[in-house]
Write a protein that binds this ligand. Structure first.
Ligand SMILES: NC(=O)c1ccc[n+]([C@@H]2O[C@H](COP(=O)([O-])OP(=O)(O)OC[C@H]3O[C@@H](n4cnc5c(N)ncnc54)[C@H](OP(=O)(O)O)[C@@H]3O)[C@@H](O)[C@H]2O)c1
Length: 223
């Protein structure tokens, strides 16, 4: 698959490297194209670097991996994205994780969808880049679940494939209307992690809570 990556920071580095290793064609874009070129050289696997517009135009899927504050600027430089598959990993949060930067307004993902008219899927925002660099991100033999929120079935299928390609398990997080909950959940989790707590300890197995076996995650993990 051709994947465009908007941004040349930590998340771009982590995910571009994974996808390039998996044989995808990756083009990284930055407002400072020389940074994208340098990152592409580090990533290897034939990845290329250039402008945000070049990366946006290249991808069958496009990952938006810039800071929350840089989103509007980056999207302006990226050019038209209407109808395209846009994976949004941005997190509108900051220490001490008491409120969202989006408080009182739409979620970051919804705002990105409104700005671009792209088929946005919220994805890869739940863990730090160190986890996304793991090959595969697996803990105690259990592959990491990656919740996805989006409205377009084809865009979700693309996102699921790119999740599976890095050795993770896609989880159905519902429509884009739930992306704000996922963003806030992530902020809460990061607050716990930074306080030295282990959020895994607060989560009983789904069977104990809802009386159902966790279907999608375990099915995919078993393959
Ligand atoms: N790092 C993580 O652990 C992690 C995990 C999950 C989600 N996220 C989210 O993923 C996104 C990227 O995080 P990151 O850690 O990769 O950040 P980062 O290393 O700080 O990189 C941020 C990128 O955003 C670009 N940028 C900032 N302002 C811009 C603007 N006005 N126009 C164009 N580009 C701009 C930067 O460009 P320059 O290089 O030119 O400054 C850089 O390429 C953030 O929204 C973050 O919340 C991060």
């Amino acid at each position: 698959m051709r994947i465009g990556v908007l941004g040349a920071g930590n998340m771009a580095d982590a995910l571009a490297a994974q996808w390039a290793r998996k044989g995808h064609e990756v083009r990284i874009g930055s407002r400072a194209p020389e940074k994208a070129v340098a990152l592409a050289a580090r990533v290897g696997g034939g990845a290329e670097g250039g402008t945000l517009r070049e990366a946006a135009g290249f991808g069958e899927a496009v990952l938006l991996a810039v800071t929350h504050e840089g989103v509007e600027d980056a999207l302006r430089q990226a050019g038209p994205l209407a109808g395209r598959v846009l994976l949004d990993c941005t997190n509108p949060m900051e220490p001490p994780f008491e409120r969202m930067k989006t408080e009182g307004g739409p979620s970051a993902a919804r705002r990105i969808a409104d700005l671009t008219l792209a088929r946005v899927v919220k994805a890869f925002n739940t863990c730090p880049d160190t986890v996304w660099r793991m090959a595969p991100p697996e803990f105690g033999g259990r592959p990491l679940g990656v919740p996805l929120c989006g409205d377009d079935p084809d865009a979700l299928a693309v996102a699921r494939r790119l999740v599976a390609d890095i050795g993770c398990v896609p989880m159905d997080g519902g429509g884009l209307a739930r992306a704000g909950l996922l963003e806030a959940t992530t902020a809460f989790l990061v607050g716990l992690w930074t306080a030295g707590e282990d959020p895994v300890a607060m989560l009983p197995p789904a069977a104990e809570v809802a009386g159902v076996e966790p279907r999608r995650t375990s099915d995919t993990a078993a393959r």
